[in-house]
Design a protein around this ligand. Sequence first.
Ligand SMILES: [Zn+2]
Length: 454
Amino acid sequence: MDYSRIIKVIDDNTPEFNDLAKKIYENPELAYNEVKACAWLAESLKKHGFDVEVGPYGMPTAIRATWGKGHPIIGVLAEYDALPGLSQKQNSAFDPVVPGGPGHGCGHNMLGVATLAGAIAMKDDLEQNGLEGTVVFYGCPAEEVLTGKTFMAREGAFKELDLAIAFHPGAGNGTGVGVMTGLNSAIFHFKGKTAHAGGNPWQGRSALDAAEIMSVGANYLREHIKDGIRIHYSYKEAGTAPNIVPDRASVWYYVRAFDRADIEDTYKRLIKCAEGAAHMTETELEVEFLGGCYNTMPNATIAKVLHETLGEIPDTEWTQEEKDWADAMNKNSPLNNGQPVPPLKDELPPISHEKFSASSDVGDVQHIVPCASFTTTTANSLSGSHTWMITCCSGNSIGFKGMIRAGKVMAAAAGKFYRDPQLVKAAKADFEKDMDGKTYVCPIPKEIPIPQPE
Ligand SMILES: [Zn+2]
């Protein structure tokens, strides 16, 4: 396949893409509050001829934009939410714009714009070559709290597709078929009775005792769960002063595992720890289930096509200034152990089979349709994940170059599926094999309301 037209279309529009990525970077918005990013992306999609719906699925900051007709219907998944506490100036040492403020420490400003670039070039490819097929751009809110795509799926998104392609910015180029964990997220609220802790403690019933005993139980539970399952927690509310028996306490838990059934099973047992703690302390328990997501299940055929395409689209060329900047950040990185590293990774490693204990709500999409994801180099090699270094690179040419390349890879890979029905069939066969007769059941029950912008 000749990619020259895809490369040209994206190169011609690069100033617009860079401006948009910069605007979203300068206006970081947290999960479910991506009002500006959503509006700007939708405006660009409209300008480039897409049919655009803003706020589908009951989610005001979601987008569904389509172009084309017939099959294959290929979805691309944009995210554009920022992270709390990762504000950073254009400085190669830690230096927040607003101390404790939000920032694009996962590069989702570039994720959104690379996906926009990919969708625009996919449309052009279909249009110019008179191909049959459809592109669906999904603007997916709130990936950072791992529930955006899950709520979208609950409301009917993604099942219209033949397959989906996702991109994520990274510290290297590549794709993989290794599984990432899914999770359940819930806050356990305990309600007790306050009293003077010195004067009449026998009349108090401590909610904090309940939260602590629950966590003792959860920590004993660890011995009796399968390898690889993760339980982690943090206290949201734990009383005000030692001389007041706390009548309220809340503890927020994640349960992660590489299989949805293991998540459900461990989560049920965690609830028993909470119930037992409430019983012992004569307090009341309320479980606030915030949501959950599936483990990832990358599609092998799509990963193979993405890998091959990454090898065909010209590498990013870095200037000496960019390399020096990345090198300076590597020197300041907590991951620096004194070993020499290239400032920016430009090689393409083989398809990874490594498991990873973090999570992504792309897993839900991957249990509905064939879908795989790839990365390009958009940050220094020791940037880690969710760091100020990523925020920094997400606002300068290091990140933007990788973002532009990602748009090209996405459109070129999609072009192969638009031209080859056998390839689509192979992706679907992998999906059926991986699902092994299971069907997708949304981890978020119907009664949980979709979070709205504040
Ligand atoms: Zn991310």
